[in-house]
Design a binder for this molecule. Structure first.
Ligand code: NAD
Length: 370
């Protein structure tokens, strides 16, 4: 089969290469068993790139990223790079990728596997079977708005300033992503802002409503204030299907939602950019967790967040929903069989390594494909 799916793999630092290794295993499996071939390039990012190039991502690597259909990103960072300049810090590699690929929509699913429901901070009946998708605007809002800074006042005090700012198109494009995704799910979007106290929130509500009325009237739209949404996420999270919100509220609400599903090692994410003329979207897939220097190199990392990020890539970049379903079902079966890495270990379960988890997933895939 012709290799036409260009993927840039950036394992990064710490446990990044370990969890990415298990995605490599799945890519090899897909190649052999389902004749799906990816054209994979592997490169450095984060501290690893800094050591070689003096930058958290090189211009050459950025060029490859810009010409790839999808980027798979592991994790970056570590204590050895804590005291270097902000512009060359490991995280700068991720920020540059987000900026140059214009990744404006961040997708964070909060899924609670039945087998892990007891590890959630909420009661099993509230979270069992939970499947919420939070779509966060990622390139605008208060984290980027101008003016910003800290200024000295004549009376000797200082004043910190950040500006929450959104334009029509910034709101509409992220809402379109949310409506589009809802159509493939339970067809419901809840748009979240603070229109009661913020003009930018009022504009957000008006524009979300505009996109709904003019382009997606077949999807159900509701609105909620961000503070209430935080409360509802811990009171009755299963009421939501897709939540769309701005950068700041999305940052907080997606972290709240992540605790519903148990462990950091289980949380995948995707960041999508605008569509080009051919309908292709730039995209980056990464686990929510960091480089976990405390367990790096010990075979203890849970690769399931990375593996589920790979499944998201299959679904959203390559329209391979069936293959994504296979991978996600394999994750569910392995958990149901009681296999656990240390971070999700429970009494009576079997403790396995990162590599063994990857092997267990491919063994499950073998069973499903048999
Ligand atoms: P972290 O997510 O790396 O780790 C937090 C805790 O969760 C640690 O105890 C770790 O062992 C555990 N953990 C995380 N992922 C795990 C997995 N897959 N399996 C098992 N256990 C897992 O966050 P941190 O400790 O705050 O940060 C460590 C480094 O990672 C820092 O340098 C930080 O800047 C960086 N970081 C990077 C990203 C990213 O690359 N996107 C995100 C967050 C933090």
């Amino acid at each position: 089969m012709v290799a036409n799916k260009k993927v840039l793999m950036l394992p990064g630092d710490g446990i990044g290469p370990e969890v990415m290794g298990e995605v490599r295993r799945l890519i090899d499996w897909m190649d052999k068993r389902r004749s799906v071939t990816f054209d994979v390039t592997e490169d450095l990012v984060g501290g690893a790139a800094y050591e070689k190039h003096g930058a958290a991502i090189s211009d050459d690597t950025m060029d490859v990223a810009l010409n790839s259909d999808a980027v798979l990103f592991g994790a970056v960072g570590g204590p050895q790079w804590d005291n270097i300049g902000f512009d060359v810090r490991p995280e700068a590699g991720l920020l540059r990728l987000r900026k140059d690929l214009d990744l404006f929509a961040n997708l964070r699913p909060a899924i609670c596997f039945d087998a892990l429901a007891d590890a959630s901070s909420l009661k099993r009946e509230l979270v069992g079977g939970l499947d919420v998708l939070i779509v966060r605007e990622l390139t605008g809002g208060v984290y980027f708005g101008e003016p910003r800074g800290i200024e000295d006042l004549p009376d000797g005090q200082r004043r910190g300033i950040n500006t929450q700012v959104y334009t029509t198109e910034e709101i509409r494009r992220v809402c379109r992503v949310a409506f589009d995704l809802a159509k493939k799910r339970d067809n419901r979007v809840c748009s979240v802002e603070k229109m009661n106290v913020m003009e930018s929130g009022l504009l957000w509500r008006e524009e979300a409503t505009w996109v709904h009325e003019n382009e997606f009237s077949e999807v159900e739209l509701s609105h909620m204030l961000a503070d209430n949404c935080g409360m509802q996420l811990v009171r009755n999270p299963k009421q939501f299907d897709v939540i769309v919100t701005d950068n700041l509220f999305g940052d907080m609400l997606s972290d709240v939602a992540s605790m519903l599903s148990g462990s950091l090692g289980m949380l995948p994410s995707a960041s999508l950019g605008p569509e080009d003329e051919s309908g292709r979207r730039r995209a980056l897939y990464e686990p929510v967790h960091g480089s976990a220097p405390d367990i790096a190199g010990q075979g203890k990392a849970n690769p399931l967040a990375m593996i589920q990020s790979y499944a998201m890539m299959l679904r959203y970049s390559f329209d391979m929903g069936e293959d994504a379903d296979l991978v996600e079902q394999a994750v569910r079966n392995v958990l149901d069989a009681g296999l656990r890495t240390g971070d999700i270990m429970q009494d009576g379960m079997t403790l396995i390594s990162c590599e063994q988890m990857g092997e267990a997933i491919t063994a499950e895939l073998d069973k499903q494909a048999a």
